[in-house]
Write a protein that binds this ligand. Structure first.
Ligand code: XMP
Length: 518
């Protein structure tokens, strides 16, 4: 793989994605990983990410010079660039000239490894207080900016490269070209990796992990679990039983849709479990988001365990095998954001990673855990999963439970379900399903405001519309839904859902907001 060393920036995942867009497989590792362990991954190239620290600060994550001497091509970005400079004997200083945001970079050699084929002036995204003042010996400076006399350096002999800016963000106009130049020209990578062409490999891995054992898969109706199930079915056929848990936190019509769309298309063995009472009583009175997520994760597992016992009971025969494995549609961003892949902070415990109980009775099969969402869609299409499922908008496993700010109960769920159904219907009618990534509707259950309806005063709750545009849910922008569509949704919700007297629009990007409110 191309190994991305994470120096604590939210950018490492994005870099990993950009590398895959260049058709090279990538993996994120924490900067604390010992060099020996990292090199054991047999990296084809190494990328050092940006990070929030200053290289000469006490306790700043450091770069082991051995990494630069292993003969593997290395590309440093921002903090990674500075830590390379420092490790190689250059100097990093606070020059007094910080740069944040779009900056012009002057390229001195447009035939160099990184800048070949690009103009001699390009807009780059900067975010630094420190600068490399003197380039290390043997490094050729190939770009400068007003605030950074050494804004890029290259050494083809040792195959070491770096830029002060963030080529991975869209605002760096030629960022992707710079990255691809590093991968192709610097590291000599052909770039023939695609998610679709690893399907057979993934199937083979599942087959050898699972052997003869029985497997169950929690199906949510979403893309991830559906594709994971289809993959496992391809691998082990009817050793797989899918379990759809109705936890009472579903949107209107969801259970029916899963049964119809997915089972019709794949013929998979499906069991539907009505577990509404169990989830709602476990959640009663709980309003802390992390606690909700943990409870939901735990209850999911308990329900699966029971389902597994029932399945074994149903199949009991002399040669039958117990249910040993649980399939999860965990994706790479979940792994990284739950702190599993890197040293980054735990932002949310996505229910299928951080929410698992310690005494889990199953071994996990997570065939998608190294893939990003768009790649999962490619895999799904390759496996023949219907487009209606492959292109379905994401819906979180904890469902409406994390879209009620406050405690969750049946009444609140009914209110939210009604509002959500209206918003979805209108967005679909307006033809916006593919333009927006998803549109959570969030009930602020503990907030009330005064309104007027007919001749009377109302004292109801607000709902928040959270339409977002995104490529992969790691970053997102609020979606510019046309005013007429918003007006229609607002009018209908306040008319048709008695308890709601206000509809507000969330205009926050991610970061700093996340997509869901909890
Ligand atoms: P956030 O809120 O972290 O959401 O910006 C990113 C994407 O992940 C979905 N999401 C989840 N999906 N289990 C899931 O399966 C979860 O616990 C979970 N939490 C958030 C969210 O809908 C968005 O698409």
């Amino acid at each position: 793989p191309v190994v991305v060393v994470d120096f604590g920036a939210q950018y490492a995942q994005l870099i990993a994605r950009r590398v895959r867009e260049a058709n090279c497989f990538s993996e994120v590792v924490p900067s604390t990983m010992p060099v020996g362990e990292l090199l054991a991954k047999d990296p084809a190239a190494i990328i050092l990410s940006g990070g929030p620290s200053s290289v000469y600060e006490e306790g700043a994550p450091s770069l082991d010079p051995a990494l630069l001497e292993a003969g593997v091509p290395v590309f440093g970005m921002c903090y990674g660039f500075q830590s390379m400079a420092q490790a190689l004997g250059g100097s990093v200083e606070k020059t007094g000239l910080s740069e944040f945001g779009a900056t012009q970079a002057m390229v001195s050699d447009t035939t160099s490894t990184l800048f070949n084929g690009q103009p001699d002036e390009q807009s780059v995204w900067m975010s630094h207080g420190d600068s490399v003042a003197v380039a290390p010996e043997g490094m050729r400076v190939t770009a400068t900016t007003a605030g950074a006399p050494v804004a890029a350096f290259e050494d083809d002999a040792r195959r070491l490269y770096g830029v002060q800016w963030h080529p991975e963000v869209m605002h760096s106009t030629f960022g992707q070209q710079v990255l691809e130049n590093f991968l192709r020209r610097g590291a000599g990578l052909a770039g023939d990796w695609t998610a679709a062409n690893v399907v057979e490999e993934l199937v083979e891995q599942v087959r050898s992990t699972v052997g003869e054992a029985r497997v169950i898969c929690g199906l949510s109706g979403g893309v991830d679990s559906s594709v994971a199930a289809a993959l496992v079915q391809r691998a082990v056929g009817d050793q797989l039983t899918c379990v759809f848990v109705d936890h009472g936190l579903l949107r209107a019509g969801e259970a029916e849709q899963v049964e119809k769309d997915f089972v019709d298309a794949t013929g998979v063995d499906l069991v539907v479990v009505d577990a509404q009472d169990r989830f709602l009583s476990a959640l009663a009175g709980v309003s802390d988001p992390e606690e909700k997520r943990k409870i939901i994760g735990r209850e999911f597992i308990r329900v699966f365990e029971q389902a597994a016992r029932d399945i074994v009971g149903a199949h009991s025969g002399a040669d039958d095998h117990p249910v040993e494995f649980l399939v999860q549609g965990t994706l790479y961003p979940d792994v990284v954001e739950s702190g599993g892949g890197t040293g980054t902070a735990n932002i949310k415990s996505h229910h299928n990673v951080g929410g698992l109980p310690d005494d889990l009775q199953f071994k996990l099969v997570e065939p998608l855990r190294l893939l990003f969402k768009d790649e999962v869609r490619q895999v799904g299409l390759e496996l023949g999963v219907p487009e209606g499922i492959v292109w379905r908008q994401p819906f979180p496993g904890p469902g409406l439970g994390i879209r009620i700010v406050g405690a969750v109960d049946r009444e609140r769920l009914d209110i939210l379900r009604a509002a959500d159904a209206i918003a979805r219907e209108e967005l679909t009618l307006a033809g916006l399903d593919r333009d927006i990534w998803q549109c959570p509707v969030v009930l602020l259950a503990d907030v009330r405001s005064v309104g007027v309806q007919g001749d009377g005063r109302t004292y109801g709750h607000p709902v928040v519309l959270r339409p977002v545009a995104s490529e992969d849910a790691m970053t997102a922008d609020w979606a510019r839904v046309p005013y007429e569509v918003l007006a229609k949704i607002s009018t209908r919700i306040t008319n048709e859902v008695r308890e709601i007297n206000r509809v507000v629009l969330d205009v926050t990007s991610k970061p700093p907001g996340t997509i869901e409110w909890e």
